[in-house]
Design a protein around this ligand. Structure first.
Ligand code: 13P
Length: 253
């Protein structure tokens, strides 16, 4: 069961310019006003790299947490043109980082690279939002759980402190498509995945699990009864303050 704090994480992907901080100002304003529920959830927004430094400063003492969307798989400084290390991102005061997103996997990131990224992110004291998910064919072949277990096992080492890892289950076929798993199916997968994580990593607490894929103010209704979910990773609907806030409103309605 997810009895702790809920997470509403916005992944902006390739979206946002300096003036887009206004979107976060509005979300922050809603959080402050939402006295009834705001102790129950946390908001994290992942803008593109170009905005991390500015947003990190602007929202330092506010209610929005800033996350990076990715990092390079080598740390510190080096001759890696165009890349940014976990160390460099951490120095901006950022505490969260998304790693293993299927869009990055699709453009060539493999388990070996993802494993290095997670290791370096944890070494730099990030909380890692680690994305896993099956594609359409794997779902069709009923391989979902097998795929999820493999993606975890190839990357997460037994010695890691799972308190610094949030698993984001994002079925690839659901991202940006408007297609959703049925609540029954999602609940079943969430239960099985959490059980696997507790056993494999010998946890005496429940690891955190988010769902991502076409979450918006309408679809969130279907998922709020799934107590095993600790929150949502939201793409398209996180780019507008209204759409993002409506998800939170409808979740607690
Ligand atoms: P959408 O919410 O646009 O489907 O994207 C989900 C996602 O990929 C978040 O990381």
């Amino acid at each position: 069961m997810a009895n702790g704090i809920r997470y509403f994480v916005g992944n902006w992907k390739m979206f946002g310019i300096p003036s887009s901080y206004k979107i976060l100002d509005k979300i922050n304003g809603y959080f402050i006003k939402d006295k009834k529920n705001n102790k129950k959830y946390k908001i994290i927004i992942a803008p593109p790299l170009t905005l991390l430094q500015d947003f990190s400063k602007r929202f330092k003492n506010k209610k929005i947490n800033i996350s990076a969307q990715n990092c390079y798989h080598k740390d510190n400084f080096g001759a890696y043109t165009g890349n940014v290390s976990p160390f460099m991102i951490k120095k901006l005061g950022i505490n969260y980082i998304i790693i293993g997103h299927s869009e990055n996997r699709a453009s060539g990131e493999n388990n070996k690279i993802i494993k290095e990224k997670v290791a370096l992110a944890l070494k730099n004291n990030f909380t890692v939002i680690f994305c896993i998910g099956e594609n359409k064919q794997e779902k069709k072949n009923k391989k979902t759980i097998k795929v999820l277990k493999k993606q975890v096992s190839k990357v997460i080492k037994n010695k890691y402190n799972f308190k610094n890892i949030i698993i984001a289950y994002e079925p690839v076929w659901s991202i940006g498509s408007g297609k959703l798993p049925s609540p029954h199916e999602l609940k079943k997968n969430a239960i099985e995945l959490k059980k696997f994580l507790r056993e494999k990593f010998r946890l005496n607490y429940n690891p955190k699990l988010l769902y991502g894929g076409s979450v918006d103010k309408n679809s969130v209704h279907a998922f709020k009864s799934i107590k095993e979910l600790d929150g949502f990773l939201i793409g398209g609907a996180s780019k507008s303050s209204k759409n993002f806030v409506d998800i939170i409103k409808n979740f607690y309605k």
